[in-house]
Design a protein around this ligand. Structure first.
Ligand SMILES: CC(C)(COP(=O)(O)OP(=O)(O)OC[C@H]1O[C@@H](n2cnc3c(N)ncnc32)[C@H](O)[C@@H]1OP(=O)(O)O)[C@@H](O)C(=O)NCCC(=O)NCCS
Length: 124
């Protein structure tokens, strides 16, 4: 299984399909990479439209053995999670990925609301 997120689009660019494109592209990549399923923590009102369902419906709990609406999963092919259940443990997800673009992490907000650096791997 793989997880990703959170995703975001700058406020002036929301509702233009960017979030949908990011999610659909990521689903395609994850399937091509051979993953069975995606687990995500997010707003159910948004993610349900992409096929995410409560992780509880697959018998998956968080590592702390809890379930809540914002904890979701989706199969990348029919039956991918059949017979699988248990606790979801995440690797350190931010170790080699884009990191929170925030001033405390060394990023500077530009006047146009974009950030100076997109990834921690860019040299900070
Ligand atoms: C959530 C977010 C990434 C969506 O990106 P986007 O490019 O605006 O989304 P899209 O254009 O692909 O989709 C727009 C649709 O999603 C809906 N939508 C957007 N944000 C939503 C939310 N938080 N809850 C429910 N629906 C939401 C819109 O109402 C719109 O619905 P419609 O197609 O029925 O009109 C963006 O609104 C955002 O950056 N929000 C702030 C950050 C955030 O909350 N990220 C975490 C998501 S868990």
């Amino acid at each position: 299984m793989i997880t990703f997120g959170p995703i975001s689009a700058l406020p002036p660019l929301q509702k233009l399909g960017i979030g949908s494109a990011l999610i659909n592209h990521t689903k395609k990549l994850a399937a091509e990479m051979g993953y069975r399923a995606i687990v995500i923590f997010g707003n159910p009102a948004y993610y349900h439209r992409f096929g995410f369902m409560s992780a509880e419906s697959f018998g998956i709990t968080t590592a702390d053995e809890v379930n809540f609406e914002a904890f979701m999963a989706m199969e990348l092919y029919a039956g991918a999670l059949s017979g699988m259940s248990g606790k979801f443990y995440s690797d350190n997800p931010w170790s080699d990925q884009c990191f929170a673009a925030a001033p405390e992490n060394g990023y500077r907000l530009r006047a146009d609301q974009s950030y100076e650096k997109a990834c921690r791997g860019d040299g900070i």
